[in-house]
Design a protein around this ligand. Structure first.
Ligand SMILES: NC(=O)C1=CN([C@@H]2O[C@H](COP(=O)(O)OP(=O)(O)OC[C@H]3O[C@@H](n4cnc5c(N)ncnc54)[C@H](OP(=O)(O)O)[C@@H]3O)[C@@H](O)[C@H]2O)C=CC1
Ligand SMILES: N[C@@H](CCC(=O)N[C@@H](CSC=O)C(=O)NCC(=O)O)C(=O)O
Ligand SMILES: [Zn+2]
Ligand SMILES: [Zn+2]
Length: 379
C-alpha cells in the first residue's frame, strides 16, 4: 500500500540534548513538499562528525535533532517539481548538495553549493520548517540528511540516484567518510604521480586519502597516527611508511622534513586537532607543499603558524566532502566500487541495528572501529 502523501510513523534515534545518548523514539515524518524527496533509509554509517555535533562542540549544533549523514535508501515519494529522482530509486543522501545553478555550482572551482546552506545550517528544510515531529514538538534536521531515521525528507538537490545493483549496506559509506578522503587526494589536492604524501590520522577518512594517493600514483605515502594498531590498516590500504609521533622524540614536522629531504609535496589532516593541522602544514616542502585540512575542529579552536611558512610557498587548503560534486560524481564512484577499483567493504569493522546505535558511538571511540554500519530496517 502506498504511503505517498501520508504522514509516516517510524523509529528514529533522537538527540534530545548535547552529551546525552540518543533515544529511540516513534516519530512522524511529514510528506515531502515541492522539490523535496522522502527516503526510506536502509543503512547509515556513523561518522565522527555525528559524535562531534552530539558532544555539543559544533557551533551549529542545535537540539532536539535527528543526526546521521552517511546514508543510503530507497525513494518512497517525491514532492511536486522533483525530476532528478523517482519513487523506487536507490539513492545516497548528500550533505553537500549540488543545485547546478548557484554561483558556487557554476564556478567550476568548488563542490560547495550555496542554495540551501543557510537553512541546512539551522536544521531546517529550505522553506524554513521541519518534516519531523515527536511527542508534540518539531525535531531539527542534520546536515540536510538526518539518516538516523527510518524515513527522512531531504531537498531534491541533496540526493543522488545510484545503480540498484550496488549493496546499500556498503554504498551508504560513500555518503561521507570514504568519498571525503578519496576526493581530498584525487580532486582537491590532485596528487601527482611520484609525489610524496603524509596523512595524519588513519581513520576512515585518512585511509581513504591513502586510497586516493595510491590511485594517483603517489611515491611515498607516510601515515602518522598515535595508535600503533593503525599501522596494519595503513599498510593494507597502500601506505609505504607508518610513524607514531609519540615515539620519535622530536616534533613530527621536524622528523618528516628530515626523512623526506625537505618536506612533503602533500599533507592531509584527518584528525580535527589544530596542533596536528599546524604540524601538517609545517611538514610541507618549501616552495610548493600543500596541506589539506579535512578534520573538523571544535568550536573556538583556531589554527596558527608563522606567516613565513606561507611566504615561503607552502599552501594551506581545506575541503568538505573531498571536493566531490555529489550529483555529478558520486555515481561514478559507486561504479568504481562495483568494478573493484574502489575499496569500500574493507572499511566496515562493525555492524549494529538502530536500537543499538549508542553502541556504535561507543565502538567508534574504541580505536579499533573504522566504520560501523547501522541496519535501519531489520530491528
Ligand atoms: N571535511 C569533511 O568533509 C569531513 C571531515 N571529517 C572529519 O575528519 C576527521 C577524521 O574522521 P575519521 O577518519 O572518521 O576519524 P577517526 O577518529 O576514525 O580517525 C582519526 C585518527 O586520527 C588519530 N589521531 C588522533 N590524534 C592524533 C594525533 N595527534 N596525531 C596523529 N593521529 C591522531 C586517531 O587515533 P585514535 O584511534 O587513537 O583516536 C584516529 O586513528 C574528523 O574530525 C571528522 O569530523 C569527516 C568527514 C568529512
Ligand atoms: N558545523 C560545523 C562545521 C562542520 C563541518 O565542517 N562539516 C563539514 C562536513 S564534516 C562531515 O562529516 C562540511 O561539509 N563543511 C562545509 C559546510 O558547509 O558545512 C561548524 O559550524 O564549525
Ligand atoms: Zn561525516
Ligand atoms: Zn548550487
Amino acid at each position: 500500500m502506498s504511503t505517498e502523501g501520508q504522514i509516516i510513523k517510524c523509529k528514529a534515534a533522537v538527540a534530545w540534548e548535547a552529551g546525552k545518548p540518543l533515544s529511540i523514539e516513534d516519530i512522524e515524518v511529514l510528506p515531502p513538499r515541492a522539490n523535496e524527496v522522502r527516503i526510506q533509509i536502509a543503512y547509515t554509517g556513523v561518522c565522527h562528525t555525528d559524535a562531534y555535533t552530539l558532544s555539543g562542540k559544533d557551533p551549529e549544533g542545535a537540539f532536539p535533532i535527528i543526526l546521521g549523514h552517511e546514508g543510503a535508501g530507497i525513494v518512497e515519494s517525491v514532492g511536486e517539481g522533483v525530476t532528478n529522482v523517482k519513487v523506487g530509486d536507490h539513492v545516497v543522501a548528500l550533505y553537500t548538495p549540488e543545485c547546478k545553478e548557484c554561483k558556487f555550482c557554476k564556478s567550476g572551482k568548488t563542490n560547495l553549493c550555496g542554495k540551501i546552506r543557510a537553512t541546512q545550517g539551522r536544521g531546517l528544510m529550505p522553506d524554513g520548517t521541519s518534516r519531523f515531529r515527536c511527542k508534540g514538538q518539531d525535531l531539527l534536521h542534520f546536515m540536510g540528511c538526518s539518516t538516523f531515521s527510518q524515513y527522512t525528507v531531504v531537498a531534491d538537490i541533496s540526493v543522488v540516484a545510484i545503480t540498484p545493483e550496488a549493496p546499500m549496506d556498503r554504498t551508504c559509506l560513500l555518503g561521507c567518510g570514504i568519498t571525503t578522503g578519496y576526493g581530498a587526494a584525487v580532486v582537491t589536492a590532485n596528487v601527482e604521480k611520484g609525489s610524496s604524501v603524509a596523512i595524519f590520522g588513519a581513520g576512515c577518512v585518512g585511509l581513504s586519502v591513502i586510497q586516493g594517493a595510491v590511485k594517483n600514483g603517489a611515491g611515498r605515502i607516510i601515515v602518522v597516527d598515535v595508535n600503533d594498531a593503525k599501522e596494519e590498516w595503513a599498510k593494507k590500504f597502500g601506505a609505504t611508511e607508518f610513524v607514531n609521533p609519540t615515539k620519535i622524540g622530536k616534533p613530527i614536522q621536524d622528523y618528516l622534513i628530515e626523512i623526506t629531504d625537505g618536506g612533503l609535496d602533500y599533507t592531509f589532516d584527518c584528525t580535527g586537532n589544530v596542533g596536528v593541522m599546524r604540524a601538517a602544514l609545517e611538514a610541507c616542502h618549501k616552495g610548493w607543499g600543500q596541506s589539506i585540512i579535512i578534520g573538523v575542529a571544535a568550536a573556538g579552536q583556531e589554527i596558527s603558524t608563522r606567516p613565513f611558512q606561507l611566504v615561503t610557498g607552502r599552501q594551506w587548503k581545506g575541503c568538505a566532502f573531498g571536493g566531490i560534486k555529489g550529483r555529478s560524481q558520486l555515481p561514478d564512484l559507486v561504479d568504481d566500487y562495483m568494478t573493484g577499483k574502489l575499496k569500500v567493504d574493507e572499511f566496515i569493522t562493525h555492524r549494529k541495528t538502530l536500537p543499538e546505535i549508542n553502541d556504535a558511538f561507543q565502538v567508534m571511540h574504541s580505536g579499533d572501529c573504522i566504520r560501523c554500519v547501522i541496519d535501519m530496517i531489520n530491528l
